[in-house]
Ligand binder design. Structure first.
Ligand code: NAD
Ligand code: LMR
Length: 328
């Protein structure tokens, strides 16, 4: 199983790669061939990390190879985890990067080249997870440039789902694993919509169990939407350990069947479901049959409140798509 990871010397990858190398992420016992990609100035740092990975002596790993260009790295890849890109919260060319969408022009170009390389060289059933921000629209750029409809392109919304589960678990004093069907709709941005109305706890409706509309709308919602910014402010760097956990969880969910009665979260190309504009990458509740076969869960009932929130995030995705028209 060949796994390509870009941005391999960055802070997310420093947690992500060890997570991926633990047993139980992939459904079969195939050994992993890790292809780690960086830009030339970061190759020394990457070589240092590779020494650490070697010293970890993972029984799951067959080989570790480094690349300073995407084209050679993605040959016959089964998975591509596209993490490499610039995070917000820094000053770039004299301008402070405040929102993830501000990264569109900076990071967008990376995904045209990577999309072309993956489309022409990776396996025809390759699975791609875009983590680099703005993840949804970067995935759109990558997928369009790949020109290969059989490959599965996704953008990461799992972190938002984990954040939402953690906040709800604290609120009702339960374990995160007891929460089912908590879906993130839309963009991985402050417009995202975490839906509690279709979520379950102990086989009962979670929204009713919480029984606090004001908390859901005025505390929970903005907290999840702004959690990334909250972490940047506190840490002076964007989330890394939790982002790595979420990326690994996404891979695990795509490789293995979804537990009965549950869904998992990622953004995929919209077919117009749940009122999301067609042809943008949007978070949806997904069900996995394992081995990369996934589909949208169709049985969510949306209230007028939910529909109005999904419209906002869908419109934002359309606006982002307009901004990168020349890259599609
Ligand atoms: P980082 O700066 O620590 O690491 C990024 C790495 O990417 C750097 O080592 C850099 O050299 C490398 N890189 C840049 N351009 C590259 C290219 N063209 N090819 C290969 N490598 C390249 O950043 P990080 O904290 O690891 O975050 C990475 C990205 O993930 C950021 O865009 C961040 O905003 C995003 N992120 C997304 C989520 C999410 O939920 N979707 C969560 C957290 C962070
Ligand atoms: C996050 O949600 O933590 C990441 O997307 C990083 C960011 O810019 O907020």
């Amino acid at each position: 199983m060949k796994i390509v990871i870009t941005g391999a010397a960055g802070q997310i990858s420093y947690s992500l790669i060890p997570f991926l190398c633990e047993r139980g992420v992939f459904s079969n016992d195939e050994k992993l061939d890790l292809a780690l990609v960086e830009i030339p100035p970061a190759m020394n740092k990457l070589e240092g990390f590779v020494k650490e990975l070697e010293d970890s002596a993972y029984s799951t790993v067959n080989s570790i190879t480094t690349f300073d260009n995407i084209n050679d790295a993605v040959e016959e890849a089964d998975w591509c985890l596209l993490v490499g890109s610039i995070p917000r919260g820094i000053v770039f060319k004299g301008k402070e990067i405040k929102e993830r969408a501000d990264l569109l022009q900076i990071n967008g170009n990376i995904f045209t080249e990577q999309g072309k390389a993956i489309g022409s060289k990776a396996k025809s059933n390759c699975k791609v997870l875009v983590v680099g921000n703005p993840a949804n629209t970067n995935a759109l750029i990558g997928q369009k440039n790949s020109n290969n409809p059989n490959q599965l392109w996704m953008a990461m919304t799992m972190l938002d789902a984990l954040r939402a589960k953690a906040q709800v678990a604290k609120k009702i004093n339960c374990h995160v694993d007891e929460i089912y069907r908590l879906a993130i709709f839309g963009n991985h941005s402050p417009t995202m919509f975490p839906d509690l109305e279709n979520a379950n706890f102990g086989g009962k409706n979670l929204y009713s169990k919480i029984g606090d509309k004001s908390w859901v709308e005025n505390e929970f919602l903005p907290r999840i939407q702004q959690r990334g910014a909250e972490i940047i402010q506190a840490r002076g760097a964007s989330s890394a350990s939790s982002a790595a956990r979420a990326a690994c969880d996404t891979v695990k969910n795509v490789e293995n069947s979804t537990r009965s009665g549950d869904i998992f979260n990622a953004a995929i190309i919209s077919d117009g479901s749940y009122g999301v504009a067609e042809g943008v990458f949007s978070g949806f509740p997904l069900i996995s049959e394992g081995n990369g076969i996934i589909h949208i869960a169709r049985d969510f009932n949306l209230s007028e409140f939910a529909k109005s929130k999904i419209k906002i995030t869908s419109n934002e995705l359309l606006e982002e798509r307009e901004l990168v028209r020349d890259l599609l």
